[in-house]
Design a protein around this ligand. Structure first.
Ligand SMILES: Nc1ncnc2c1ncn2[C@@H]1O[C@H](COP(=O)(O)OP(=O)(O)O)[C@@H](O)[C@H]1O
Ligand SMILES: [Mg+2]
Length: 363
């Protein structure tokens, strides 16, 4: 199997690339800045230095919030044919803290009270009602750089003025007292690959390693693990980092990072995170292509509507949390729009059948 790592060439990406080379027969190291997406035809085409990019079995795409559109477009172009650990929309959601919080709320994932305001005037009214301290954030900041703390209405209002002078949207969030600690969790598939507790340096509230925070290995309780895994799922990323705060009201999620730095967590935990990611990509790509091959074989059979082909293997596709089934299933089922159906669901199983009354009438 062949793979490509598309990234901005950080040290963490280099480690991931080297680890991927141990699993895949060949791996191309592609700079995101050398890609263009041609949206002219019926399908998007990804161009690498002006030429059509090769087809790969697995494409791992990483980048920063500055590249949201191209990340999303590249992922949209390749995700049907290649295994990609992050869904196209995951890039848009995961690189924007506002959209992340919306996605988390939809899944009932605990987070600090968070407010988004359409105008500085609206935000100021909000500031009058809050108890202090509070946190103000750039929706797309990373490494702690876009996070500010205000101890009073007056300091919050002056930070807000600076945001509006810059024409910047702002997230306002309740401050969670943790003694300057947070937890960085790396989720890989359905598992936590590594977790560290970070402690901010004296006089600093941000626990980011880039802000001087120190990390040490931590063993997560079951609930925190589940929370991190559920968060990754909510934003459509099989590989990502999730930041947690443990305050007096329990564990809360503050953000997701689709392209986390690996040095700090590897040092703190002694776990070779790049290796875990590479192994997961390889196993998932194998599964993806196995399933896809099986799928096309079954679809081919099912298209003839032979008796033996009533089952197909496919992936769960969700649209706004609703399951969408392949068209061939509609065809095989013979169900028509507005047919009355009975739906029963239990864990891992759904049965849909035409309700008996209607069935009898039609038969
Ligand atoms: N609501 C909050 N309460 C307390 N501390 C916070 C809060 N939000 C962020 N922090 C601190 O600031 C750091 C950076 O915030 P985060 O939202 O993760 O943004 P970034 O993308 O810059 O890492 C966190 O790791 C945490 O230490
Ligand atoms: Mg963070």
């Amino acid at each position: 199997m062949n793979a490509a790592l598309i990234s901005l060439g950080s040290v963490s990406s280099k480690w991931t690339f080297e680890a991927m080379q141990k699993y895949f027969e060949s791996v191309d190291d592609i700079d995101l800045r050398e890609l263009e997406v041609d949206l002219g035809g019926k399908k998007h085409v990804v161009l690498h230095n002006g030429k059509k990019m090769k087809d790969y079995d697995c494409v791992y795409i990483k980048g920063s919030f500055r590249y949201i559109q191209i990340l999303n477009a590249v992922a949209s172009s390749v995700f049907e044919k290649a295994y990609t650990p992050i869904e196209p929309k995951g890039f848009t959601i995961g690189h924007d803290k506002m959209l992340t919080h919306l996605a988390l709320q939809r899944e009932n994932i605990p987070m600090p009270e968070t407010y988004i305001s359409a105008s500085p005037a609206g935000a100021k009214q909000l500031l009058e009602k809050l108890s202090y301290p509070i946190v103000l954030k750039f929706p797309s900041g990373t490494q702690g750089k876009g996070v500010m703390f205000a101890d009073s209405y007056l300091s919050a209002a002056s930070i807000l003025d600076a945001f509006s002078a810059l024409n910047q949207p702002v997230i306002i969030q309740r401050y969670v007292e943790t003694g300057g600690k947070d937890i960085r969790v790396i989720v890989v598939g359905d598992k936590v690959a590594a977790a560290m507790e970070r402690q901010a340096v004296e006089g600093e509230k941000r626990a980011n390693i880039h802000a001087g925070g120190k990390g040490q290995k931590v063993t997560l309780d079951y609930k925190s693990k589940e929370l991190a895994i559920k968060t990754a799922k909510a934003i459509g990323a099989e590989v990502c980092a999730v930041d947690l705060l443990k305050g007096k009201d329990g564990t809360m999620v503050i953000e997701v990072n689709l392209s986390p730095g690996l040095q700090g967590i590897t040092d703190a935990t002694g776990i070779n995170v790049a290796e875990k990611i590479a192994e997961y990509l390889y196993e998932s790509a194998k599964k993806f292509h196995g399933e896809n091959a099986q799928l096309s074989e079954k679809i081919a059979k099912a298209a003839g509507l032979s008796d033996s082909a009533k089952t197909i293997v496919t992936k769960v596709q969700l649209n706004r949390s609703r399951i969408v089934l392949p068209e061939i299933i509609t065809e095989i089922s013979g169900l028509r729009k507005d047919d009355e159906i009975l739906v029963s669901a239990e864990k891992n199983c759904i049965v849909v059948s035409r309700s008996k009354e209607v069935k009898d009438k039609k038969d």
